[in-house]
Design a protein around this ligand. Structure first.
Ligand code: HEC
Ligand SMILES: [Cu+2]
Length: 357
């Protein structure tokens, strides 16, 4: 090759090694996904080869000159059973293998760290628990299970990281989640894979995988000063949630300390687990999620809080593990202007920025 044309050789070498035909394997699940993928490719290739060989050999063996008179064959149970049972077995292997992988991909381990991702036309916003925000970028540590809680602020989007072999829809009005464990530091593509309007093709970005040490440095360098839960606390105070949720004897709303992860009974008699989705619904759709024994007086906050705001509130309630914290929030409120629903004073970018005016 080199001998024929050095220029052509260089060109080929360049394109063969830089042409992104197959994304790198950069997560724990990636090699497992690829094993299944290549198994399916292999089965298809073997099937294809068998069919091609049969077509070719039959057309030679049984052509008119060699085989002038057709023989009528009335069927063969053994033959039919063989070509039914073998493919069935192969497909069942793919099914069970795929299902096991599917459950692994969509069931985050309990110790996964959680990052919220909000999709909107046309960008991805990531919210780290420490209050770090980023747009069309996602910094994650290597070797740590990371769960993403996704939601869309407008239309359907789909969050995809090919190098990790994960993809999940970001749906308006509902949290979905996906998780991965990155195995190699580096920068990888991030895509929206659901056609979502004019600038869909620009809804792309990068996932940056860092060593745990670099990640810590990044976190420290990108903090906005307040954690998500702290933003939520400000919002909780500025929206006067604690007018009702204040854990006093005559409080009109239920105590929210330790409510996350517990089971509560709704007025319909239904028992539900309080998770992120329930908290979101309780805030935006209180009349649909009334706790048993309470008067449905909670106003809806639909349209008043952005998805980022709801996320902060959810994070705050998640971390509300003692009545002491509620007392602290009450103290925060006393520092705020007395009028209800007013954004917090200037300088408190978190709360004022998050509330839709
Ligand atoms: C006017 C009083 C009032 C205000 C203001 C209020 N709530 Fe409520 N909240 C209630 C009552 C009463 C319930 C129980 C009945 C229900 O579930 O609707 C409740 C239930 C909830 C629940 C479900 C928890 C459970 O144990 O059932 C959450 C979460 C919640 N509120 C969060 C908030 C947040 C966040 C805010 C501020 C954005 C807020 N509330 C503002 C009265 C209020
Ligand atoms: Cu999109």
């Amino acid at each position: 090759m080199n001998y024929i044309s050095p220029v052509l050789w260089q060109f080929l070498q360049h394109w063969m090694s830089n042409f992104p035909l197959f994304p790198p394997e950069a997560s724990k699940i990636a090699p497992q996904m690829d094993a299944l993928f290549f198994f399916m490719v292999l089965v298809s290739l073997v099937g294809l080869t068998i069919v091609i060989l049969l077509v070719l050999s039959f057309s030679i063996l049984y052509n008119k000159t060699r085989h002038p008179h057709a023989t009528q064959i009335e069927g063969s149970t053994l033959l039919e059973a063989t070509w039914t049972i073998i493919p069935l077995g192969l497909f069942l292997i793919m099914f069970v293998w795929g299902a096991l992988l599917y459950f692994r991909i969509y069931t985050p381990p309990a110790n996964a760290m959680n990052i919220y991702v909000v999709g909107k036309q046309w960008m991805w916003k990531a919210e780290h628990p420490g209050g770090q925000h980023e747009i069309n970028e996602l910094h994650v540590p290597e070797g740590v299970p990371v769960q993403l809680t996704l939601i869309s602020q407008d239309v359907f989007h789909s969050f995809s990281i090919p190098a990790f072999r994960v993809k999940r829809e970001a749906i308006p009005g509902r949290y979905t989640s996906v998780w991965f464990e990155a195995t190699r530091p580096g920068t990888y593509h991030l895509f929206c894979t659901q056609y979502c309007g004019t600038n869909h093709s620009q809804m792309i970005g990068h996932v940056v995988v860092m060593t745990p040490d670099d990640y810590k440095k990044w976190l420290a360098g990108s903090t906005s000063g307040n954690s998500l839960a702290q933003n939520g606390e400000r919002l909780f105070a500025s929206l006067s949630c604690n007018a009702c949720h204040n854990n006093t004897p005559d409080a009109r709303g239920p105590n929210l300390a330790n409510v996350y992860g517990s089971y509560i009974t709704l007025s319909s008699g239904e028992r539900v687990r309080v998770d992120d989705a329930f908290l979101r619904a309780a805030i935006l759709d209180p009349s649909e999620n009334v706790k048993q024994g309470f008067v449905p007086i909670m106003p809806t906050y639909q349209g008043q809080i952005s998805e980022e705001g709801v996320i902060s509130l959810v994070e705050y309630i998640k971390h509300l593990d003692s009545n002491y914290r509620i007392q602290q929030t009450l103290n925060t409120t006393q520092l705020l202007p007395s009028s209800e629903g007013q954004p917090a004073p200037a300088g408190n970018a978190a709360a004022s920025g998050e509330v839709k005016q």
